[in-house]
Structures are given as structure tokens and as C-alpha cells.
Design a protein around this ligand. Structure first.
Ligand SMILES: *Cc1c(COP(=O)(O)O)cnc(C)c1O
Length: 230
């Protein structure tokens, strides 16, 4: 089932890229494996999924330990608490969800201590939903200015999560707004800030996100099936 699902997701990804006049290779698929047992991750890995996304630190580290060399690329996509930074630095290729300067500062301190550079995206709360984390669009420039001074944190782009809506077209304006914000911020030419990546799109709206410029799509249930509720 996972193999078929992955094939389906990849062909939709290719279709959406071609429709948008983009190269499918310019889009990375993150297989979101939160709540998914390691056996299924192995199955997805054998079906050629390369990057796995997790949103809980403890769960992710346990899976990494159990899977060892079988999986070499992990992304952290969930809300990151400051007291968990120590455990996260050095274990993930990319943290999608940096949403405040203080958190970035702690990531920077930990990275310096271990002589590492940590790649991050800034999560932006485009829609202004009170329940969502993320930097407000108005605060993005100041956040990027602050992070540009942190030598062990490398900002590679922006991430957003639109309000849930069963109609993927409803997410389009959130995605296009994130792209506009990126273009605007990139135009400022802030030293050391590279905004090439746009992490946007999940199972029900990744094709729309690709049409709007996503370079990283985070797809869980369309690959692994529905997660248990709650
Ligand atoms: C769970 C999750 C996803 C994947 O959601 P699906 O709808 O299962 O594809 C993507 N991004 C984040 C941040 C998530 O927490």
C-alpha cells in the first residue's frame, strides 16, 4: 500500500510541477512519519522515500535510534520547545519550524558549542490564526535581521501551514502570500540570509502548493494512510 501511495504522490508531484513549468527535481518530498511505526518507515524507505519528517522530539529520536543507517535524512517539522533544542541540534538536516528569535538564539548557541551549523526555515503565520505558531508577516523582516547575526544558524527559507480546509483551493492564497513575502524579503538582501526554500503543502493541498512555488512538500497521510484521531 505504501509503495502504491508513494507512486501516486510522486506522479501528482510531477504533474503539478510540469503544469507550473517547473522541474519536478526542484521539489523535495518529505514523508511525514509522525505516529507511524518504524516498520512502515522501512517500507517507505524501500519504496525510495528519502527524507522523513517528524514533529515530536522524543518520538523522532527513538525512531532514529531504531532505524540507524537505514534512514539518513530527517527533518523536524513540529513546534520546537526551547528545552528540547539540545536534543535536536545535529540530528536533523533541517528544522522547518523556527518561530521566534529566542529559539533561534538557543539553536545558535547549541550549534556553536558543537561546532555545527544548523539549517532552519522560519515558520510564518500567514493567515494570522491565533491557534497557530509562526512569526507574523509584519515581524518577519526583524526576525531575519536578528537571525542574520547568528553565525551557526543558516536560514534557508520559509514555511507555513494554512488553516485546515477540505478544499485545497482555499490554501492557494496563503501559499502565494508566502511566496510574495519570500520575494520581498529576498529583495532586501539581508547578509547571510538565503531564502530559496518554501516549505508548504500537505496531503490535501501539495499540488496547489507546488503550483505556487513550494520547494519542500510535507506529505503524511497520503503516503502512510490516516493517522489515529487525536
Ligand atoms: C502532520 C503534518 C504534516 C502532514 O500532514 P498530512 O495531512 O498527513 O499530509 C505536514 N506538516 C506538518 C507541520 C504536520 O504536522
Amino acid at each position: 500500500m505504501i509503495t502504491e501511495n508513494l507512486e501516486w504522490v510522486k506522479s501528482r508531484l510531477t504533474e503539478a510541477a510540469e503544469k507550473a513549468g517547473r522541474s519536478p527535481e526542484s521539489i523535495l518530498l518529505i514523508a511525514v512519519s509522525k505516529t507511524v511505526p518504524v516498520e512502515k518507515i522501512i517500507e517507505a524507505r524501500e519504496a525510495d522515500a528519502e527524507i522523513f519528517g517528524e514533529n515530536r522530539v522524543q518520538e523522532a529520536l527513538e525512531k532514529m535510534d531504531r532505524l540507524g543507517q537505514r534512514v539518513s535524512h530527517w527533518h523536524f517539522i513540529g513546534h520546537l520547545q526551547k528545552n528540547k533544542v539540545k536534543q535536536v541540534v545535529g540530528r536533523f538536516d533541517l528544522i522547518h519550524s523556527v518561530d521566534n528569535v529566542e529559539l533561534a538564539q538557543i539553536i545558535n548557541d547549541q550549534s556553536l558549542k558543537r561546532s555545527l551549523t544548523t539549517s532552519v526555515l522560519i515558520q510564518v503565520n500567514v493567515s494570522g490564526e491565533a491557534s497557530k505558531s509562526g512569526v507574523a508577516p509584519d515581524a518577519l523582516e526583524g526576525t531575519l535581521q536578528a537571525l542574520s547575526k547568528m553565525l551557526a544558524v543558516r536560514v534557508e527559507g520559509l514555511m507555513t501551514i494554512p488553516p485546515y480546509d477540505p478544499d485545497p483551493e482555499k490554501s492557494r492564497k496563503v501559499f502565494s502570500r508566502l511566496r510574495e513575502l519570500r520575494d520581498q524579503m529576498a529583495g532586501l538582501g539581508i547578509e547571510g540570509i538565503d531564502l530559496k526554500e518554501l516549505s508548504m503543502g500537505m496531503s490535501n493541498d501539495f499540488t496547489v502548493a507546488i503550483e505556487e512555488g513550494a520547494t519542500l512538500v510535507r506529505v503524511g497521510s497520503a503516503i502512510f494512510g490516516d493517522r489515529p484521531a487525536g
